[in-house]
Design a binder for this molecule. Sequence first.
Ligand code: MRU
Length: 357
Amino acid sequence: MPVRALWYSGGVLSVLDQRALPGKTRVLRIRTLAATAEAIRTLTVRGAPTIGVAAAYGMVLAHHEGRYTPARAARLLGATRPTAVDLFVGIGIVRSAWERGTDVEVAANEYRKKVVNECHEIGVVGAPLFAKSRRVLTHCNAGALATVEWGTALAPLRVARQRGARLFVWVDETRPLLQGARLTAWELGREHIPHAVIADNAAGHFLSTGQVDAVIVGADRIARNGDFANKIGTYEKAVLARENGVPFYVAAPWSTFDSSRATGATIPVEERDPEEVATMAGHRVMPRSSSARNPAFDVTPARFVTAYITPGGIVRPHDLARTLKRRAASAAGAGLTGGGSGNARPRGRSTRAWQGR
Ligand code: MRU
């Protein structure tokens, strides 16, 4: 059965508690902006497109609570996690409906539908790359849990499987919070897709011994030149893939492309509580006297990317800036701004403000 990371009905945002997986399937019912922000901050809901949609509904809940201005609600939700641009896109869409006096629930629902449809398109576009039996490595969780439904990195694998491809997936465990071991393995297992979890530091071994045919990951923010932020450890997988002549794909919906950034140099990298590194599954794994650092993302230069799998097609790094420009121009022609992904923003507000940074 396909997974859904969240759903909304009658003033309640229901989310699958991703902290409890794979051990427990628990649904939390969220009714306030504060609870939405907490769920995003604690990775109860996580993954760039999912937190974008959760934040959109968080704005809806704030609207219903009646004690926030749109600006304050946007600020509170925007302060939860800095790296994934989707968060700011989701907030911005509902904020603009709120400020225009149009239906905020309709705006959030449309955004959710758009994200889900785009992820399905990513699957259709990307599946032919995996049509032959392929051994594919992925990092973190870029499946349905991270995108509401379908996934980014996992969508092409799902569609390829439906079309009969015989795939095997290497799943990086993804320390410190084990999104690969806990969540990607859980999603693949539910669909009987053959896979094995490997320690993060094992990827080089499997790549250099010819046991990986392709690497595919999602992204949290992609700059105009194709540099992109994704879960910590992605950069080293990209370098290892290049070193071993293995294609490296990045799959993302349009909301993850941030045309306001020329390069990845200014993408904000979230640094989380060092306790997440100091502990594993609730147990301390290092001396109390040692300190730790915990950057949650890294930035991979575009030169390591073979191609971006987008809802509009496969885009090579040297074509990305042109593609984004074309999309912005056609969106402007249709009376929209903000990259043409349906991310309409009120005229007169700068792109930076729109994207919450
Ligand atoms: O910290 P997380 O678990 O929210 O990080 C998620 C990732 O890095 C994913 O790979 C990314 O959001 C792309 S998923 C579509």
